[in-house]
Design a protein around this ligand. Structure first.
Ligand code: ADP
Ligand code: MG
Length: 231
């Protein structure tokens, strides 16, 4: 299997003494669905930010497709994020002055309008595409955020608490969508959550506590998101 990410003894220390990550070693394969679980403050978002080049480690090395990225400059990291990564965050990060369709177009790099229409349709946003974020529900905003990340056909999609504020039905629909993208395009999906029910959809589950990986396990058989039950 192809390794897409490798972390070697990665630590992140804020303000000299706040240890957000401690000596983390990790390998992620291309095309895996990774679920990162842990209580609030355990370092999940910090780990995701370091993988995605939004933040740099204090110590250790980060490799993406066998290339070191923790020593790259901001311009190189921005290009990496722009070309290779999609982001689906709990806060959606939508522009409030743009419609759903315009927000999705922001993710565009060089694709044509045909694909834009297809993705809008696929995400069930046809009738909502001309609405502004304030006119959309949480689930619809989340679908706009996913559509925006899909349009550039990224190598990796990072999701930080993608279902956090959503009810069970809508949350599962979002996860189903991510599973579908993973199957159809072999996109690596990295999901951060504090909801243990979601672990069943991961090929690999990483449990964190106090900035450390306390357990990693593989699911031989993953469960379809539609069959999950929130506990
Ligand atoms: N930008 C920051 N500045 C200072 N401390 C931070 C920053 N980001 C995170 N931390 C600290 O690092 C620890 C891990 O945070 P985080 O990665 O956000 O955890 P999680 O996502 O699991 O809730 C926490 O103690 C948090 O307060
Ligand atoms: Mg977090």
């Amino acid at each position: 299997m192809n390794i897409i990410y490798q972390l070697k003894k990665v630590s992140k220390i804020y303000n000299q003494n706040n240890v957000a990550l401690q000596n983390v070693d990790l390998e992620i394969n291309t095309g895996e669905v990774i679920v990162i679980l842990g209580p609030s403050g355990s370092g999940k978002s910090t780990l995701l930010n370091i993988l995605s080049g939004l933040d740099l480690p204090t110590k250790g090395e980060v490799f993406y497709q066998n290339k070191r990225i923790d020593n790259q400059d901001e311009e190189q990291l921005a290009a990496y994020r722009y070309q290779d990564l999609g982001f689906v965050f709990q806060s959606y990060n939508l522009m409030s002055s743009l419609t759903a369709k315009e927000n999705i177009e922001l993710g565009k790099t060089h694709q044509n309008d045909c694909e834009l229409e297809q993705i809008i349709k696929k995400m069930g946003l046809l009738e909502h595409q001309h609405k502004y974020p304030y006119q959309l529900s949480g689930g619809q905003m989340q679908r706009v955020a996913i559509a925006r990340s899909l349009i550039k056909n990224p190598q990796v999609i990072f999701c930080d608490e993608p279902t956090g504020a959503l009810d069970e039905k809508i949350g599962k629909a979002i996860l189903e969508e991510l599973q579908k993208i993973n199957k159809e395009q072999n996109t690596t999906i990295i999901i951060v959550t504090h909801n243990p029910s979601i672990a069943k959809i991961g090929n690999k589950v990483i449990k964190m506590n106090s900035g450390e990986i306390i357990e990693t396990y593989q699911n031989k058989k993953t469960v379809e998101a539609s069959k999950l039950r929130w506990v």
